[in-house]
Each structure stands twice: as structure tokens, then as C-alpha cells.
Ligand binder design. Structure first.
Ligand SMILES: Nc1ncnc2c1ncn2[C@@H]1O[C@H](COP(=O)(O)OP(=O)(O)OP(=O)(O)O)[C@@H](O)[C@H]1O
Ligand SMILES: [Mg+2]
Length: 259
């Protein structure tokens, strides 16, 4: 069963039709790269799937849960919406770390706030917090930041800050990780660090959707590639199919910009 299923999704902002009927699915462990020109609707697609925007029509199913269905009258409660959102971890271009917190606190913050809902929280607060910190440290170690637990964002390089934001997204154990151009604010040397972390996650079978302008990386790391053009999926397939065997004329034109 797919972990993500998107069916005929449409979204407009006023008179701008941004998504014009987008459908695809993603199985567990798959890595999907979404490529396409600026304005083609890539970010809007991610935002609609994670309910940061409400699509106009279509259906979205994440981890077997219907998170959006325009044909249904049923309204989700705030709690259901939040639970749906927690299934997806988000990593943005601009890191979005809290500047007043250390790397470790940035990773533990959401986990500590969720733990407050546990029935045993009052009784076991100390132990719960210490378990959360141990978990956060092991994730920070996984992204190569074992010596930066207590550094503040302003003391970290862009690449290190982005790795903290990846650790923060991973800490919530989402079913899928979404990356929206995770390297576009970084210079080429730091870009390599992030791509290495994503590659490692891919080999650990993390299910991921990555909006990227790094074509060589998309080709190397993905199991599936979607080329978005003007609000539709213009091409979709394995990297080999999309980039090598059968690139459409429109895709060839787009790829020429990266040569
Ligand atoms: N909140 C909004 N209100 C109005 N228009 C919007 C909004 N968000 C996006 N758009 C419009 O939707 C279109 C698609 O935007 P989107 O951000 O999805 O593109 P993108 O493919 O992610 O581009 P880029 O590669 O530049 O990030 C653009 O024309 C944009 O102006
Ligand atoms: Mg975008």
C-alpha cells in the first residue's frame, strides 16, 4: 500500500491555477524528487499535502489516513489535522531554527511539548525529558553534529543549521520527510554535506519527497522523479526513464538550463 497517495489535486490562488490535477503515489522507502521551473507549483504541492494550504479539489491519503477529500462533507478536528501533519516532517530552504535555543533544544522542543500530553508526564517528567534528550542527541550524531549539541544557530554554518533542521524533522519519526530545496541557500561546499545526509537517509529507507534543482543528485538518489510544468506532472518515472530513456521535449528544454 502506498504511504502517500495524491489524486487529481487542484489548487488556485485567486485566478492563478497553480495545481491543475496532480496525481501520484509513493511507496514506503521510496525517494521522490520533484523538479521543475520556478512557479510550476512544487512548493504549493508540498504545502497542500501537509495541509499548510487547502487544496480546491482532489484527495490526499497519508499513511492510510484520508487527510484531504474535497468530495467529503466530513470536517477534520484540529486534533486530527495535527496528527495528520505529524506524519510528515518538513525541511525548508531557510532552516527556520529558533535562534534563542541550542541545536539540542531546537530538536527536543516539539518532542517535549508532545510529551506533555502523556498521562504519566507529571510523575515521570525528569525521566521523560532525559529520554527525549538522549534520543535527540543520537539523531544529531546521525547527521554528523555530535560536537554541536549546545551551539546556538548563529554559531553554526548554514550546512550545520540545515542538518539541525533535518534532525528536528526526524525526531518526530514522521512517515515521510519533505525537503523543499534544502540546499538552495547554501554554497556548493555545504550543499555536499546536506546531500550526503539525505543520501544516508535514503540508504536507511526513509521515505522522502525532495524538491530540488540538483539534477545530478536527483538522478543518483531517487527511485522516482516527477517533472512539474505549469501545474501538471509533465513527466514521471524512474530517474533512468525520465532523464535518459525518454525525456520529453519540454523536459529537455528545462534540463538544458542545467548543462
Ligand atoms: N499564497 C499564495 N498566494 C498567491 N499566489 C501564490 C501563493 N503561493 C504560491 N503562489 C503562486 O503559485 C505559483 C506556484 O508557486 P510555487 O511556490 O508552488 O512554485 P515553485 O514551483 O515552488 O517555484 P520555485 O522553484 O520558485 O520555488 C506561483 O505563480 C506563485 O506566485
Ligand atoms: Mg518552491
Amino acid at each position: 500500500m502506498p504511504v502517500l497517495k495524491v489524486e487529481n489535486l487542484t489548487k488556485s490562488f485567486g485566478r492563478t491555477h497553480v495545481l491543475k490535477g496532480v496525481s501520484f503515489d509513493l511507496c514506503e522507502g521510496e525517494v521522490l524528487s520533484v523538479i521543475g521551473s520556478s512557479g510550476s507549483g512544487k512548493t504549493t504541492l508540498l504545502r497542500c499535502i501537509n495541509q499548510l494550504e487547502t487544496a480546491n479539489s482532489g484527495r490526499i491519503i497519508v499513511g492510510g489516513r484520508m487527510v484531504f477529500d474535497s468530495s467529503s462533507e466530513k470536517k477534520l478536528t484540529k486534533k486530527e489535522k495535527r496528527e495528520n501533519q505529524l506524519q510528515i516532517g518538513l525541511v525548508f530552504q531557510s532552516f527556520n531554527l529558533f535562534p534563542q535555543y541550542t541545536a539540542l533544544d531546537n530538536v527536543t522542543l516539539a518532542l517535549k511539548s508532545l510529551a506533555k500530553n502523556r498521562t504519566d508526564f507529571r510523575k515521570n517528567r525528569k525521566q521523560i525529558h532525559s529520554e527525549i534528550e538522549d534520543k535527540a542527541k543520537s539523531i544529531l550524531m546521525r547527521v554528523g553534529l555530535s560536537d554541536k549539541f549546545y551551539s546556538y544557530p548563529c554559531e553554526l554554518s548554514g550546512g550545520q543549521q540545515q542538518r539541525v533542521s533535518i534532525a528536528r524533522a526526524m525526531a518526530l519519526e514522521p512517515k515521510i520527510l519533505f525537503f523543499d530545496e534544502p540546499t538552495s541557500a547554501l554554497d556548493p561546499e555545504l550543499t555536499g554535506e546536506i546531500l550526503k545526509v539525505i543520501r544516508q537517509l535514503a540508504s536507511d529507507s526513509m521515505t522522502m519527497v525532495i524538491v530540488t534543482h540538483e539534477m545530478a543528485f536527483a538522478e543518483a538518489v531517487s527511485t522516482k522523479v516527477i517533472f512539474m510544468d505549469d501545474g501538471v506532472i509533465e513527466s514521471c518515472g524512474t530517474p533512468n526513464e525520465v532523464f535518459r530513456e525518454n525525456p520529453s521535449d519540454r523536459l529537455k528544454e528545462f534540463l538544458r538550463k542545467y548543462e
